[in-house]
Ligand binder design. Structure first.
Ligand SMILES: Nc1ncnc2c1ncn2[C@@H]1O[C@H](COP(=O)(O)OP(=O)(O)OP(=O)(O)O)[C@@H](O)[C@H]1O
Ligand SMILES: [Mg+2]
Length: 198
């Protein structure tokens, strides 16, 4: 089972990275067109997204749209103290950025206010593979799983909508999921939106 996860991750990541810049631009445009029409996007005020890396589909065309609509954006930052967890820090025009240990750009934490994960309305998260019933496989760090584990532990906390973003080829008929994997409320790709619980 562990080997399955590893092989699938390697294949999907290689396929993502093999996309040309033109294919990535086209995919990003389709993705953002699909997201903009969704009610859960329209209604959200505090939205976390990510800067793409390793061939991930690019959500940053939404940045201008969000700022125009008065939505507050956030980016994930590796938690400096709590092991393997994410913090969400505001992402504005003037936010200073640096590369973290994975060489991913993230905002510099300078005593900046952070927003607890449960107080976000919407989290757009990258993934390596997904299933249309809400299964998500990430890069294997367990960062998103740990950060949103409260959704599994306490069903009374609604928390943010968790929407995975992917190239459509990252879809799998079945995914080997573990007890700690936090399910997605939906997945948006360059082709369509897979609605699960939103
Ligand atoms: N809530 C949790 N508490 C403790 N450990 C966890 C939790 N969630 C995941 N882990 C650990 O993190 C490791 C990686 O998990 P997994 O393979 O599901 O990562 P992933 O979903 O691909 O990564 P990510 O969440 O960063 O996208 C596992 O070994 C698992 O034991
Ligand atoms: Mg997981």
């Amino acid at each position: 089972m562990m080997q399955d996860r590893k092989t699938l991750r390697r294949q999907m990541r290689a396929r993502r990275r093999a996309l040309s810049p033109q294919q990535q631009r086209q995919a990003a445009r389709s993705l953002c067109r699909i997201i903009r029409t969704q009610l859960w996007f329209r209604q959200a005020r505090h939205i976390a997204l990510y800067l793409p890396n390793d061939g991930e589909i690019d959500p940053t065309l939404l940045v201008d749209t969000c700022r125009r609509l008065g939505k507050q954006l956030y980016l994930p930052v590796l938690h400096p103290i709590r092991h393997n967890r994410l913090w969400f820090t505001p992402y504005n025009r003037d936010t200073p950025m640096r590369r973290n240990c994975y060489r991913i750009l993230e905002p510099v934490l300078q005593g900046k206010p952070v927003r607890p994960a449960f107080a976000l309305d919407l989290v757009l998260m990258p993934l390596v593979a997904f299933s249309a019933d809400g299964g998500r496989m990430g890069m294997g760090g367990g960062y998103y799983d740990r950060t949103f584990a409260f959704k599994l532990q306490n069903k009374a906390i609604r928390g943010p909508r968790l929407i995975g973003l992917a190239h459509d080829f990252q879809r799998q008929d079945r995914l080997p999921l573990e007890s700690w994997d936090v399910p997605l409320d939906g997945i948006a790709t360059d082709c369509c939106f897979y609605r699960i619980s939103c």
